[in-house]
Design a binder for this molecule. Structure first.
Ligand code: AGP
Length: 622
């Protein structure tokens, strides 16, 4: 997602745009820019990096420049560099716009516009939209031969023609050089609202960029547009039908808006997982044919089929996702696979023989140890893929190819939605490689169909928030916890322990449940919660045995079990259930209650959940 802000009024636009972008920076922060309408010219300033970089290149504020648009980007198409940063101007130089969303048919439109003589400078889908509006604005009729209106009505008409040609989502603010007294906003699938002040208007992605100017706003619905001018504003559909919009009072506070009502980013990102996974999976799964479409590696798939061994390398949570990946690659693709801490791999003299595929997993794409491991692997001739969230990050640019998570910014230091998305991407990779080897279409279809249903199943777990909070409350003062799982749920036990320790500062250890009897069971007391992941799986009976070993020694158990499992109840002091799913996909569900347990324990212990002590979101140092 990106943040857009636009100002039309009597005050200097530049500082209002800059402050508005700072408020929206949580929506995306890989590049930023503004366009100011001054002396009947567009003055455009844009740069890669944070908004602070933009601030450095802006000119002295001109009090007479009172109209402008601004954007802070979360790249979806095109690297986050200055050329791809918004605002984008059309090929005639008369239209400039900022956009939040994805134009899905931008490729087809771009090819047609190039044939029609349009030039392009960037790799973005947004520039296609700017050129499409400019194309219609420059012509006296549309593609059906309908005549274009004259004057500034043609600006509105050109926007409507263009928006009716595209598929996808948009939140837009648009200016036209010939119509300096008009600004247009339009919305479909991405948020856009219009703050109505005293002789001034502020468009923005959310109220955080509006609230300091006015508390009166209209919220656009999909396929609606609004034209503001010195005479007021009119709201229409993109098919030119007038719509009445009710003026609303913006009631929530600035902080709440950025958090969209959540108390912390971590809480928001746990809750976002169903939607984040849908976005991560969107357009990548072909259930009918049991295939996966991962654009970033399509041209490598033939080489990847010759993979003899996979090495997954990462740090922290990403390393836990890698262990799930190891089991998936071996189970589904029957390819030998191992997981390496990047911090260890980089200093060893690893054996990387011909046919070795290295996959680096990193949410931030900036983790120093993981970067160094990639260099090691490349020096030894391995093909290296990246599974990364931040588009255009160093790891994304250093690897031979890769797959983006596409889940939007993850701001909380404790990684949550990135873990489930990393596991989802590794699942898709394992299925696709498996299909090129021994995995049957039937088996792949079953897995992919179930994978598509995981977001809805996560929603059912999120509904247990109060019960999970109560369990955290009952155990929050216990200073040592154990997390135990088997098979696909063993790495989830490791992840649950990491979540708890990094934000609640409770000491926690994750283990394969069978390992208890090789030493750790000596630790068991009634004051050391043992969290068992005991879902219905191939090792269910075994894990029940492990639970009994702990309880026989006075241990207290928090059990994550499968919905409807009655047999488990006598073994659980506290019970949390997750919907049933295939064993290979269980980590996507069983991790969620552990994230929630950790979150509530940390909040109840009064800690800064989003910025826990001693930690940073991205460890760019060694
Ligand atoms: C996980 O909650 C931590 N924030 C940390 O372990 C993190 O996963 C690790 O530093 C790796 O970060 P990356 O995914 O950005 O490379």
């Amino acid at each position: 997602m990106c943040g857009i802000v636009a100002y039309f009024g009597k005050k200097a636009a530049q500082p209002i745009l800059l402050e508005g972008l700072k408020r929206l920076e949580y929506r995306g922060y890989d590049s930023a820019g503004v366009a100011l309408l001054k002396d009947n010219q567009f003055e455009i300033y844009k740069t890669s990096g944070r908004i602070a970089n933009l601030e450095e290149i802006l000119p002295e504020v001109d009090q007479q420049t009172t109209i402008g648009i601004g954007h802070t980007r979360w790249a979806t198409h095109g690297e986050p560099n200055t050329i791809n940063a918004h605002p984008h101007v059309d090929y005639t130089g008369k239209i400039v716009l900022v956009h939040n969303g994805i134009i899905e048919n931008y490729g087809t439109l771009k090819k047609w516009l190039i044939k029609e003589g349009c030039q392009f400078k960037s790799d973005t889908d947004t520039e296609v939209l700017a050129n499409l509006i400019g194309y219609f604005y420059a012509r006296s009729q549309n593609r059906n031969g309908d005549a274009a209106p004259k004057g500034c009505d043609r600006f509105e008409w050109a926007v409507q023609q263009a928006l009716n040609e595209i598929y996808g989502t948009y939140g837009l603010a648009i200016l036209c050089l010939d119509c300096p007294g008009v600004m247009i906003g339009a919305k479909k699938g991405s948020p856009l609202m219009l703050g109505i002040g005293k002789n001034e208007y502020v468009f923005a992605s959310d109220a955080s960029a509006i609230i300091e100017h006015t508390s009166q706003a209209i919220y656009l619905s999909d396929n609606e547009m609004v034209c503001v001018s010195n005479e007021g504003f009119t709201t229409k559909t993109i098919t030119n039908k007038t719509v009445e919009k009710e003026l609303k009072e913006i009631e929530i506070s600035l902080d709440q808006i950025e958090l969209e009502g959540f108390d912390h980013y971590m809480q928001k990102e746990i809750a976002e997982q169903p939607e984040a996974l849908r976005t991560c999976l969107n357009g990548r799964i072909d259930v009918k044919n049991g295939r996966v479409i991962l654009g970033g590696i399509q041209n490598m798939l033939r080489d990847l089929t010759r993979t003899k061994r996979v090495i997954l390398t990462a740090c922290g949570t990403a390393w836990h996702a890698g262990i799930v990946g190891e089991f998936l690659f071996e189970q589904l693709a029957r390819i030998p696979c191992e997981v390496e801490y990047a911090s260890e791999f980089r200093y060893r003299n690893p054996i990387v023989e011909e046919g070795t595929l290295v996959i680096a997993i990193s949410q931030s794409g900036e983790t120093a140890d993981t970067l160094a491991a990639i260099e090691q692997a490349k020096e030894r001739g391995a093909t290296v893929l990246g599974v990364v969230n931040v588009v255009g990050s160093t790891i994304a640019r250093t690897t031979d190819a890769g797959v983006y998570l596409r889940i939007g910014p993850e701001i909380g230091v404790a990684s949550t939605k990135a873990f489930t998305a990393q596991v989802a991407v590794l699942t898709m990779l394992a299925i696709e490689l498996g299909r090129r080897r021994h995995l049957s279409a039937d088996a792949a279809q079953g897995l992919l169909k179930e994978l598509m249903g995981i977001p809805n199943k996560i929603e059912k777990i999120l509904d247990q928030n109060d019960a999970i909070k109560a369990i955290a409350q009952a155990n929050m003062n216990k200073e040592n916890w154990l997390f135990l799982g088997r098979g696909f749920n063993y790495p989830v036990a490791l992840e649950g322990a990491l979540k708890l320790k990094e934000i609640s500062y409770i000491h926690a250890e994750g283990l394969p449940a069978a390992e208890m009897k090789h030493g750790p069971i000596a630790l068991i007391t009634d004051y050391m919660p043992a969290v068992f992941i005991a879902t219905k799986c191939s090792q269910y009976e075994k894990i029940i045995g492990n639970i009994q070993e702990v309880r026989a020694r006075g241990g207290r158990t928090i059990v994550i079990a499968t919905e409807g499992d009655e047999d488990i109840k006598p073994h659980a002091d506290h019970l949390i259930t997750v919907p049933d799913t295939m064993e290979e996909l269980q980590p996507l569900l069983t991790v969620v209650p552990l994230q929630m347990l950790a979150y509530h324990a940390a909040v109840l212990r009064g800690h800064d959940v989003d910025k826990p002590r001693n930690l940073a979101k991205s460890v760019t140092v060694e």
